[in-house]
Unconditional design. Structure first.
Length: 308
């Protein structure tokens, strides 16, 4: 089976509850999270990027390795620290994120960091709006990787993940998204990048597979010309950080395992809904067994994945 590869930053994550009585150190970074979730599901994954040659960078490498992610293509940067962010959860379950990533190792990713061997036997390459926005060199690395993967016939997946605070070229993000076979994002991202969530217009964009989430609303998807609408189960949300990355990782893994569209959506929604019931980003992700059991339950419900 082909592997999933991702280009971008990894970040150390500090999760803190409202009163500061609990602090946990874990791992984050959108494409790194996608790799972790896909690896949990059982797909071979690899991550290309930079971490600092410091204790946090080594901890991230250990976390990803233990999760099943191939870290051979990570570069340790001796001149910049590993990026860090604070994930604060308030009593009303809202989140506040504070980042220390300017000048970080991850932001210094450049095209020459990515070895040719990274693309060997790659079934899908994942790039994101964050990788395109975090720095000019990171954007160049993502664009170069897209071109190299496309030249090998590798499927391309764009995670919109537009972050206004990072800036970035929305036009460039939209252009890369249109060239990809797979597009995954939130309704909010779609509204900003493409000027509105219009299923008919999205279907004409270019990607063969499009998956759009919208908080607790049904996940909309267009897969190989067939429309799907997948309800999100009602659960007790503890921390929603990283849920979209879990959805993307599980969906891509299921498709690499050649699961049909509706069932792949069930795996995606299952992973996302299970992750929000625990604290943290990648540290909250369910196992393959947990994801499969919930996906089978969802897929067995009447009308699962039917058109809206």
């Amino acid at each position: 089976m082909s592997a999933l590869g991702a280009i971008g930053e990894g970040l150390a994550e500090l999760s803190v509850v409202e009163d500061g009585s609990e602090v946990a150190l874990s791992a984050g970074g959108d494409v790194a999270n996608v790799c972790v979730m896909a690896a949990h599901v059982g797909v071979a994954t690899r991550l290309a990027g930079r971490v600092g040659d410091d204790a946090l960078g080594r901890r991230l490498e250990r976390f990803w390795t233990e999760a099943g992610v191939d870290v051979r293509f990570l570069r340790r940067d001796r001149e910049a620290p590993t990026g860090l962010y604070l994930n604060e959860t308030a009593a009303d379950l809202s989140h506040r994120f504070t980042y220390w990533r300017a000048g970080s190792a991850g932001s210094r990713l450049e095209p020459s960091d990515i070895a040719d061997a990274f693309f060997d036997d790659l079934g899908v390459l994942v790039v994101s709006g964050i990788t395109l926005a975090v720095s000019s060199s990171s954007a160049a690395a993502a664009a170069d990787a897209v071109a190299r993967a496309s030249g090998r016939g590798t499927q391309l997946c764009c995670l919109l993940n537009h972050r206004p605070a990072l800036g970035g070229d929305i036009g460039r993000l939209a252009e890369i998204a249109r060239t990809c076979e797979i597009l995954i994002g939130s309704a909010e991202d779609v509204d900003v990048v493409f000027g509105g969530f219009d299923p008919a217009a999205l279907a004409r964009l270019g990607p063969r597979e499009i998956v759009i989430s919208d908080r607790d609303q049904p996940v909309w998807a267009m897969i190989d010309g067939e429309e799907h609408c997948a309800p999100v189960p009602r659960v007790t949300v503890r921390n929603a950080a990283g849920a979209g990355d879990a959805l993307a990782g599980a969906y891509l893994a299921a498709r690499l395992e050649r699961r049909p569209g509706a069932l792949a959506l069930a795996w995606a929604v299952a992973a996302s809904s299970l992750s929000v019931q625990r604290d943290g980003c990648a540290g909250s992700y369910p196992t393959r067994e947990q994801t499969r059991a919930e996906a089978e339950r969802l897929a067995s419900t009447a009308g699962w994945g039917a058109p809206a």
